[in-house]
Design a binder for this molecule. Structure first.
Ligand code: TRP
Length: 451
């Protein structure tokens, strides 16, 4: 039995990773995957990318760049399962099964969707203007990503916590409806890395493409150097003491430095190191750590078929988990083969009710009677005689209606009464225990099937 923790996270493939993505998400994820206890599933969320982006070139470029970044950063594909979401057809299939149990009201409350609605309302537009079903259903697709592999931990940014909670909600509902006492889905937990500070960008705000303040990661040493030269600093001249704790240049340095390097840099700033020289130090530090992976990155990008092969191997590994699990889930919801139906798990009570049947027949004297047979063919009741088929039919109908059954026991048998008259009788039993068991079996057989 494995006790490894399954860690799963997806990266939406709409952009080019920058230094902030690397320090905040990629590097910690690669480190976490090296833990002997971790069973990591990392994937390119390219179906999610389609929600935000309708530029095929950009989607394709981003998928390659992100794959190359993770591989160049040292992700060991023999240890982890690294794949493209769109290579796993079981994901959209599970998405549909989950869509059918996800409450619309739950999705109405999703932050991303609500923010778009609010924006429309503010602008005086139709609330749903420009909102696709993809955006609306985004959390269900994400729930399928997570639940498909029964992830325990899902490392995400704060903005994604709600989505992980929705995955729990939807998974729980599916378990409840179809689990039959068995829990199909593990409840995932969002993992927020408190220790990993989000990197500040050139202007000191969070490094983000939308602020246009990023430092490029692997494009080239020159691009990195140029960006670093644009880091905003205060106007203290060389020789004047700098305040490391109020300098985002120092924060950037810290994110890549050892404790000793950090202390040395701090001391130099306090002693009046010029900002130009400080930027130089930052560049040297980053370049010493990133030159080698940068080289690997460009190699990978120049040989896309190698990456394709690696990702297809990853997809195969992922599908080896997903396909048999999905088969189980299809079975659970009733999408089953018509052959070998007996093998399908069915609630016993419902089965008995479904299978119990009335068989009518005619006596030599012309009267009508019926037997009630249990699923296994055992006779539960034999009716009295009725003058015509219509009367017998009315009685069977009423017995199936679900109204309270009037059973009267006599010694070692019992009879069933309707409107003050006995309409059917049991056989004779060996003892009262057998008789009472038969009464119980009769009640079960006549319990109406609920939808
Ligand atoms: N929505 C996530 C993001 O934008 C990416 C993502 C898709 C994801 N599926 C996931 C993250 C499953 C964790 C688990 O950051």
């Amino acid at each position: 039995m494995t006790t490894r923790t399954r860690i799963l996270t997806g990266i939406t493939t709409t952009g080019t990773p920058h230094l902030g993505n690397y320090a905040g998400a990629i590097r910690p994820a690669i480190l976490a995957s090296q833990d002997a206890n971790a069973d990591s599933f990392y994937f390119l969320a390219d179906y999610h990318a389609l929600i935000k982006c309708d530029d095929p070139q950009r989607i394709q470029r981003s998928r390659m760049e992100i794959a190359a970044t993770w591989l160049a950063g040292g992700l060991d594909v023999n240890r982890v399962t690294f794949y493209r979401q769109s290579d796993i057809p079981e994901i959209p299939e599970l998405t549909w099964l989950l869509t059918c149990v996800a409450a619309k009201g739950l999705l109405n409350r999703a932050h991303a969707y609500k923010a778009s609605v609010d924006k429309n309302v503010e602008a005086g537009e139709d609330p749903d203007a420009g909102i696709s079903m993809g955006l609306y259903s985004y959390p269900v697709l994400m729930a399928a990503d997570i639940l498909m592999f029964n992830a325990h931990k899902v490392p995400v940014g704060r903005d994604q916590i709600q989505h992980v909670e929705m995955a729990r909600d939807i998974g729980q509902r599916f378990n409840h409806l179809f689990g039959n006492g068995q829990e199909f889905f593990t409840m995932p937990e969002a993992l927020i890395e408190e220790s990993v500070a989000t990197l500040p960008g050139l202007d000191g705000r969070k490094m983000s493409k939308s602020y246009d303040n990023t430092i490029p990661l692997f494009t080239s040493a020159k691009d990195m150097k140029d960006a670093i030269s644009r880091i905003v600093t205060d106007s203290r001249a060389p020789g004047e003491a700098k305040d490391p704790d109020n300098s985002h240049l120092f924060t950037l340095y810290q994110a890549f430095a050892t404790k000793a390097q950090e202390e040395e840099f701090r001391a130099e700033l306090l002693q009046g190191l010029g900002w130009g020289e400080a930027k130089n130090r930052l560049f040297q530090l980053l370049d010493s750590q990133l030159a080698e992976p940068r080289e690997r990155y460009h190699q990978l990008m120049s040989r896309p078929s190698d990456m394709e092969d690696l990702l297809l191997i990853g997809a195969k590994k992922a599908r080896a988990v997903a396909a048999p699990f999905l088969a189980q889930l299809r079975e659970a919801v009733g999408l089953r083969s018509f052959v070998n139906q007996a093998a399908a798990p069915v609630a016993t009570k419902k089965k008995a009710a479904k299978a119990a049947r009335f068989v009518s027949f005619r006596e030599d004297d012309g009267s009508f009677r019926f037997r009630l047979l249990a699923a296994d063919g055992e006779q539960l009741l034999l009716s009295r005689n009725f003058a015509d088929g219509k009367a017998a039919g009315a009685v069977t109908k009423q017995l199936q209606s679900g109204s309270a059954l009037d059973v009267r026991t006599e010694a070692l048998s019992f009879s069933v009464w309707l409107d003050g008259a006995a309409v059917a009788d049991s056989a004779e039993f060996a003892d009262s225990t057998a008789r009472d068991a038969a009464v119980e079996a009769l009640r079960v057989a006549l319990t109406p099937i609920e939808d």
